[in-house]
Structures are given as structure tokens and as C-alpha cells.
Design a protein around this ligand. Structure first.
Ligand code: NAP
Length: 281
């Protein structure tokens, strides 16, 4: 892997590319000359991101697909290859949350969140890896995990577990693929102001007026553009893990050393909850 990757002209595939972190990353990549393949279910946000990229002189192609269905990986990678040629980078970013206490999470909800956050990521990244291995030109695989892949806040156990699974699978792939010049990076954003929290509340049958983003101090909130800049830096100079907050990274490390201390910190999130006996209304 070169110390600094020349990205101009190298295609990137981004799932969840119509909104939030995916859209912001797509715009930065396109501005640097990378043709971008944007995938997601809704056509409108994909079209809007594409239009914004093209207005700035970049190139984008959209694939409207559900990453939990059918042969989405083949569909997305084939579509990208036919327009821009083989992808240099593939960013598995599509994902969602679930705002629910562990003991009230149904098996169906658990399987459903793992489908999009874990299985879809790895179906896409493993197929991309196969193609990169066949071409012998290297490449870069990225997965949008989360800071909570290393610790779990209350009510987000299913989400954190799906992100931890994603993170661990990528850790092994990173070592397996390094000899072939294929870099694997995981992204660990902290609270990012996107549609994520509204979608999560809706899926969980909760109000969108008071979600986790409202409980997060301003200091720990970031814009998707901030996260995208860190991701782009990693594309230029690959690193194993992208963290967007040093304090949270240190906190994540502390979780292993001092679980009781961390649990005490997390307890403040146990407020005003009606889905847990003894909590709130
Ligand atoms: N926001 C945060 O605080 C935060 C923190 C850490 C990590 N993350 C992670 O960052 C990633 C991006 O989230 P975001 O914050 O940018 O939120 P977002 O704006 O809601 O982005 C999620 C994207 O995933 C797509 N998506 C969801 N389910 C899909 C499916 N079944 N098939 C295809 N596409 C699907 C959505 O598009 P469609 O609905 O149109 O399909 C959407 O564009 C997620 O993996 C999330 O877990 C977010």
C-alpha cells in the first residue's frame, strides 16, 4: 500500500450515499476526482446527491436498491463497473439504529438490524474483495461501524452488537487482505447530526422529538461533513480505524479496563423511559 494513495479517477462505491455521512463522503470524494457510485433504497436523495456532485463538476451514478435483498452486492458493483470501471474503494455505509431495551427487543427486530448493519456490509465487502483479488491491483474496503462498536449504551444493545460484529469481521479481513494490497478500514463516528436518529426512533415506535441526539451534549455532536473529512483522509492515507473524537476513543479503551466506571457514566441515559419497568412514565 503506497503511503499516500492517488485518488483522482479511482471509483468509489458508497451505500447509503443519498443522505448523511454517505452523501457527505460522496461529495468530498467526487470533488477530489473520484467517480462515485451511490446506492440506497430511495431514489430522491440519491438523485439530489448526484445532482450536487455533477453541479460541482464531479461524476456520479446511482443504484436504487435495498441492501438486505437479493444480489445487491453484484447489482451495485456491476452497475458501477459498467459506468466507471472497477471500484478502487467500497464504503459499506448503509445502516440504521434501534432504540429499544434489550429484553424488549424481538427476535425479528434483532435479525432485521443485523441484516442491514452486519450481513449487507459483509456480503458487499466480501464480493468486492473477491473482485479486487482477481484484478491484483489492490483497493480499499471501508465499513461505517460506530464508536459504539466498542461499548454499548443502554437501549442500543442490538445496534451496538451489530456494529461490534461488523468491526470484528473487518479486523480479521484487514489482516487477511493486507498481503494483497487491499486495505480494510472501519469508521467509528460519534453522534452525527443526520436522519439516523429520526429513522431509528420511527423504526422503534418512539417519538422523534426526544431521541439520543437530544440527550447528547453539543460537544459530542458532529456534522456528517466532519466525519466525511476524516473518511477522505483515510482514503488518501489508509489507517485501520477512523475515529472522529479522541476523547471517545480513549473512553472506549477505558471500557475494557474499568467497566464499572463506564456503566456509571452510561446510567444518565436511563431517564424518562417508558419501555423499561421503573424508568420514567
Ligand atoms: N448518525 C450517527 O450518529 C452515527 C454514528 C455512528 C455510526 N453511524 C453509522 O453511519 C452510517 C450512516 O448513517 P447516517 O448517520 O449517515 O444516517 P442516515 O442519513 O440515516 O444514512 C443511512 C443511509 O443508509 C441507507 N439505508 C438504510 N437501510 C438501507 C437498506 N436496507 N438498503 C439500502 N440503503 C439503506 C439510507 O438510505 P435509504 O433509506 O434511502 O435506503 C441512508 O441513506 C450508518 O451505518 C450508521 O450506523 C451513524
Amino acid at each position: 500500500m503506497p503511503r499516500r494513495v492517488q485518488l483522482d479517477g479511482k471509483p468509489i462505491v458508497i451505500t447509503g450515499g443519498g443522505t448523511g455521512i454517505g452523501a457527505a463522503t460522496a461529495k468530498i470524494c467526487a470533488a477530489a476526482g473520484m467517480p462515485v457510485v451511490l446506492a440506497g433504497r430511495r431514489t430522491e436523495p440519491l438523485e439530489a446527491t448526484k445532482a450536487s456532485i455533477e453541479a460541482a463538476g464531479g461524476r456520479a451514478h446511482i443504484v436504487s436498491t435495498d441492501v438486505t435483498q437479493g444480489n445487491h452486492a453484484t447489482e451495485i458493483l456491476d452497475a458501477g463497473e459498467s459506468v466507471f470501471g472497477p471500484a478502487w474503494a467500497v464504503f459499506a455505509n448503509a445502516g440504521r439504529g434501534l432504540d429499544r431495551a434489550g429484553h424488549t427487543t424481538t427476535e425479528e427486530e434483532l435479525r432485521s438490524i443485523f441484516e442491514v448493519n452486519f450481513f449487507a456490509t459483509h456480503i458487499l465487502l466480501t464480493e468486492a474483495a473477491e473482485r479486487m483479488l482477481g484484478r491484483r491491483e489492490g483497493g480499499h474496503l471501508l465499513a461505517c461501524a460506530s464508536c459504539v462498536s466498542k461499548f454499548s449504551p443502554p437501549y442500543h444493545g442490538a445496534y451496538a452488537a451489530s456494529k461490534a460484529a461488523q468491526d470484528l469481521f473487518c479486523q480479521a479481513m484487514r489482516l487477511e487482505l493486507a498481503p494483497f494490497g487491499i486495505f480494510v478500514s472501519t469508521i467509528h463516528p460519534i453522534t452525527t447530526t443526520t436522519e439516523f436518529f429520526d429513522v431509528s426512533a420511527q423504526v422503534s415506535g418512539r417519538s422523534t422529538e426526544r431521541t439520543s441526539v437530544h440527550l447528547t451534549p453539543k460537544f459530542f455532536r458532529q456534522s456528517p461533513e466532519q466525519v466525511a473529512r476524516s473518511i477522505f483522509k483515510c482514503l488518501r492515507k489508509p489507517v485501520p480505524e477512523v475515529w472522529t473524537s479522541t476523547i471517545v476513543r480513549i473512553t472506549a479503551a477505558m471500557r475494557t479496563l474499568r467497566p464499572t466506571l463506564m456503566d456509571r457514566q452510561m446510567k444518565r441515559m436511563l431517564d424518562e423511559r417508558s419501555d423499561v419497568p421503573g424508568q420514567g412514565s
